[in-house]
Design a binder for this molecule. Structure first.
Ligand SMILES: [Zn+2]
Ligand SMILES: [Zn+2]
Length: 307
């Protein structure tokens, strides 16, 4: 009995080690795609065209300047998601005692069943695996082996959970990846189309193959990231995580839905200057408890719902 348990523990350990190994491979894969793309766009095609003079130089600048700016933002967001702890439960965490449900009930007690789902959502949950109480919106991740605050999903591309503290960085990563891959697809499409023309195309087989590969990879990423981006825009505008979107099917009214603008601020912060960069202003971090991942403002009244 003991022995089999030890074997099982060993297998689980090996599995986790394998996943961690896969983790670094995924980072290398992302950097590999970036490298192939950089080679195709900058070193092969638009870099040399800079010296052609005239309209060619101008077009190269129009491609190369946004290409490099977006690449910086993309890598900054990517490594912010990879390196930021998505949020763990502080040791011996206890829920705050007050509970606003006392004030929510008498106001609209008569006709709304939403109040009940409100209370059931508010019950304090416990994680058996971590042996600790779960803050609201917290979920246990089986890959990370711990509870993660406002867990959205475990993402293999970033080798990390996406949760309260790095969700904004993840969304920015999607956003900049979409812009960058679309730009690359557009700028390489003339070179791609040239493959299918009868004329002679300049370049060695190696450089041509890289251009071909970069075009196909970037087109595939642009399309799949667009799908994710659309999904997450609708999740943010309803103040829902991917996990909650599955659970929510039984409770049509959602206590954290504060209206589109406030929902957006709960993820991106209220300071506009920080919306497009993967970090928060000191003021926002102080003023908005949601950004710390432990407490979330909820609607005082389910009746005043917009959508
Ligand atoms: Zn847990
Ligand atoms: Zn995880």
């Amino acid at each position: 009995m003991h022995r089999s348990r030890a074997v099982m523990a060993w297998n689980v350990f090996k599995f986790c080690t394998a996943l961690r190994g896969l983790g670094s491979i995924m980072i290398l894969l992302v950097l590999g795609v970036v490298g192939v793309t950089y080679y195709a766009v900058v070193l092969n095609n638009y870099g040399p065209a800079l010296y052609d003079g005239g309209i060619d130089s101008l077009i190269s600048l129009v491609v190369l300047i946004p290409f490099h700016s977006l690449l910086v933002m993309l890598l900054w967001s990517y490594f912010s998601v990879v390196l930021t702890d998505p949020g763990s439960v502080p040791p011996n965490w206890r829920p705050a005692i007050d509970e606003e449900r006392g004030e929510a009930d008498p106001l609209n007690g008569s006709e709304f069943s939403g109040v009940q789902s409100d209370q059931s959502n508010q019950r304090i949950r416990y994680c058996r695996k971590c042996n600790q109480l779960k803050p609201p919106r917290c979920h246990h991740c089986s890959v990370c082996g711990r509870c993660v605050l406002k867990m959205d999903h475990h993402c293999v591309w970033v080798v990390n959970c996406v949760g309260a503290l790095n969700y904004k960085y993840f969304l920015l990563f999607l956003f900049y990846t979409f812009l960058e891959t679309s730009l690359v697809t557009l700028s390489l499409s003339p070179h791609f189309i040239a493959f299918f023309s009868d004329g002679e195309i300049p370049g060695t087989p190696g450089t041509l193959a890289t251009t071909f590969l970069a075009f196909v990879l970037n087109l595939a990423f642009a399309l799949s990231v667009l799908g994710f981006l659309i999904m997450h825009i609708s999740l943010v505008s309803a103040n829902t995580t991917t996990i909650e979107a599955y659970e929510k099917k039984t409770t049509p009214k959602w206590r954290y839905d504060l209206g589109r603008k406030k929902n957006f601020e709960q993820v991106f912060g209220a300071d506009k200057r920080y919306w497009f960069i993967p970090t928060y202003s000191e003021d926002d971090l102080r003023r908005m408890p949601a950004l710390q991942g432990l407490e979330y403002p909820s609607k005082p009244d389910f009746d005043s719902q917009e959508f």
